[in-house]
Write a protein of this length. Structure first.
Length: 100
């Protein structure tokens, strides 16, 4: 008798059916209970609300001046390398991504 090697082996088929039955019988939470749990455990720590007093906060940012081989795209306002100039109109440069 010829053997069909593509056929699922009986022990694999049994475990597949058993695991499917276990998933069906499991007590899965419904969507409403998950949402209510998330709302109860959410905290606003670290989130600043609009109108909060930030006068005592200081930002530390290093500003690097634009280099001679860079330009500011007049469409997306990003600093780009001069090799990315696609077009110059009225003395204003536009990058490859904005003109592409």
């Amino acid at each position: 008798m010829a053997t069909d090697y593509d056929d699922v082996r009986p022990e694999v088929a049994d475990t597949r059916n058993a695991s499917l039955e276990a998933l069906k019988s499991a007590n899965a939470p419904d969507a409403r209970s998950v949402v209510s749990e998330l709302e109860e455990t959410d905290t606003a720590e670290g989130i600043e609300l609009p109108g909060a007093d930030l006068s005592g906060e200081e930002l530390t940012v290093v500003v690097v001046p634009r280099m001679e081989d860079e330009f500011i795209c007049q469409s997306c306002f990003l600093v780009r390398h001069r090799s990315q100039i696609a077009e110059v109109r009225d003395g204003l440069a536009y990058c490859i991504e904005c003109e592409g």
